[in-house]
Design a protein around this ligand. Structure first.
Ligand SMILES: [Mg+2]
Length: 160
């Protein structure tokens, strides 16, 4: 099950440091929203604000790519003036490919961040990007469908 194995596994998005991004020549982070940057329906907190500031100061762009609605994405991204797309249909890649083309970003300078193997990590790998898996934020508030998938993920991880 190596296919699903992310390049990096961290507890929290703030573990992604500028040093790490520079080492991998990353100029753009494509990131999932729910349970990755904020718990379900939550907005960016203090940790996020600080982390995003550091990215901006170092010329690293954050692009939110979510399977949730555009409305949810906008509520999160607008206060930070981040580009964000809803209904991305991860792990399929056609929507995100289009976005990459529109904003002139290459896979080789991008990294994909998310909390789910079957949507985020798989999607990032299909796009030819390095991938980062983080522990889900606010797991207890997740819908049952997501919790069910976590069980499957756990069994795959055991075989790494
Ligand atoms: Mg998520």
């Amino acid at each position: 099950m190596k296919f699903f194995k992310p390049d990096y596994e961290f507890d929290h998005f703030t573990d992604i440091t500028i040093e790490l991004l520079k080492k991998d020549n990353v100029t753009t982070i494509f990131s999932d929203l729910d349970s990755t940057l904020a718990a379900h329906d939550q907005l960016g907190d203090h940790d996020f604000t600080k982390w995003h500031e550091k990215l901006e100061n170092n010329g690293i762009k954050l692009v939110v790519v979510s399977n949730n609605s555009q409305g949810r994405v906008d509520r999160f991204t607008k206060p930070f003036k981040i580009i964000g797309y809803g209904r991305c249909k991860k792990p399929t890649i056609s929507t995100i490919r289009k976005i990459m083309h529109e904003i002139s970003v290459k896979s080789s300078n991008s990294i994909f961040l998310g909390d789910q193997l079957f949507t985020d990590v798989l999607c990032g790998k299909r796009l030819g990007m390095k991938t980062v898996l983080v522990k889900p934020l606010g797991e207890e508030h997740e819908p049952w469908t997501v919790r069910w998938k976590r069980g499957l993920e756990a069994s795959i991880k055991k075989r790494w």
